[in-house]
Design a protein around this ligand. Structure first.
Ligand code: SF4
Ligand code: SF4
Length: 372
């Protein structure tokens, strides 16, 4: 995740308090591929009849996860709150001293869920919303804006932190300012913006919905201005590590400042799929991250988590770039050792064709990076 607000403003609101300080790494636990919505780009291809992890395997998988002492487990899906014995999952995670948060569509949150979240000390829930109006249901088919807002109000009133998970598409990018206004209005202090990933149903919709790298770069340039204005909202981007370098360069006043920022943040920002993040599916298959779900690392029914993580996994990294060590590219998109959606490359093509005005030293630096 790229902490845009932290890079631009040097401060965060709630992001630092999510997860435990003594643990290491993040595990995404997709307990179910069942969901009543049919988002056109869903990375896990979830449906109303999707597979759910058996109760027996939930116990086994949580015990395995506890062996690696993660900083955080993200309970995701599908819609995790539709899992029939979700309280049992909460209880198991609690019994194994695992700090967890929830990723939800926000469509099925009831008073019972709120009581449960409070009982198990779940202090953060990420809710998906692309467009801050009823048009959201055009892309997130089956969503209901009014119901989502009602859920947000209920959670915030009960002092549970809410974050918005928004996927960047040709349609959602134009409503970004309204999304900030919605966050301010309802007391939401975290906004995570996901670049579209070609996985699950996203494989088919990717080319239609994804803005070009140049447009996404212009979006980042505008986002930076909003981030400076809305300082009480932590903004992060996901699935495009080059955003880190793009934002670091756009927000720096000198080459020295750019290099300092890279040095401070790169370990947190470069692609760490299969290293400090893994994703587990309902059939107990382990993948390198939520979106990178075509090549499995192993299966927890047959192997221990330590054995799976000790295997060497061949990533497709963006090794043609001079800044490769600080970014690596998003391995899902890398083709012939280059991440074709790199926003830093987008900044380079915009700058050299004078479509975006940036300082001369930045253009010179971009030319040095991409001259080959
Ligand atoms: S070219 Fe690749 S490694 Fe370099 S900044 Fe872009 S995505 Fe990152
Ligand atoms: S492959 Fe890497 S950069 Fe891409 S979504 Fe997964 S962890 Fe993030």
């Amino acid at each position: 995740m790229i902490p845009i607000s932290e890079i631009v403003n040097g401060e965060v609101t709630i992001s630092r308090s999510i997860g435990t300080r003594h643990g290491k790494g993040i595990v995404v636990l997709n307990i179910s591929q069942k969901c009543a919505l049919r988002c056109v780009y869903c990375y896990s291809s979830s449906t109303i009849t999707g597979l759910e992890m058996s109760l027996e395997n939930v116990s086994k998988v949580i015990k395995e996860i506890s062996k690696i002492n993660p900083r955080l487990v993200i309970l995701s899906g599908g819609e995790p709150l539709l899992y029939p014995t979700i309280e049992y999952v909460f209880q198991m995670l609690n019994d194994n001293n695992i700090k967890f948060v929830i990723s939800s569509s926000g469509m099925f949150i009831s008073d019972r869920h709120v009581d449960m979240l409070k009982k198990y000390d779940v202090d953060y829930i990420g809710i998906s919303l692309d467009i801050p109006s009823r048009y959201d249901s055009k892309i997130r088919v089956g969503s209901n804006f009014d119901k989502i807002v009602e859920s947000i109000r209920m959670l915030v009133n009960n002092k549970i932190n809410v974050g918005i998970r928004m996927t960047l598409t040709w349609t959602s990018m134009y409503t970004i300012e309204d999304m900030f206004k919605l966050c301010s209005k309802y007391g939401i202090h975290r906004l995570c913006i996901y670049h579209l990933a070609p996985s699950g149903r996203g494989v088919d919709t990717y080319s239609k919905l994804k803005p070009s790298r140049e447009i996404e770069t212009l979006f980042l340039n505008y986002l930076m201005k909003l981030v400076k204005y809305y300082k009480n909202i932590d903004v992060l981007t996901v699935t495009e590590p080059s955003d880190f370098l793009t934002i670091a360069l756009l927000s720096s006043n000198s080459k020295r400042e750019f290099e300092d920022t890279i040095g401070r943040f790169y370990r947190r920002c470069r692609c760490s799929a299969g290293r400090s993040i893994i994703s587990i599916y309902p059939d107990c298959t382990v993948y390198p991250c939520q979106f990178n779900n075509s090549k499995s690392l192993g299966n927890l029914i047959y192997e221990s988590i330590e054995d799976i993580l000790s295997k060497r996994y061949e990533h497709s990294y963006c090794t043609r770039c001079r800044l490769y060590e600080y970014c690596r590219g998003c391995s899902i998109r890398v083709v012939e050792r280059f991440d074709k959606d790199c926003t830093l490359y987008g900044l380079y093509t915009l700058a050299v064709s004078a479509r975006l005005n940036i300082d001369d030293w930045k253009i010179k630096l971009l030319e040095e990076i991409f001259s080959t």
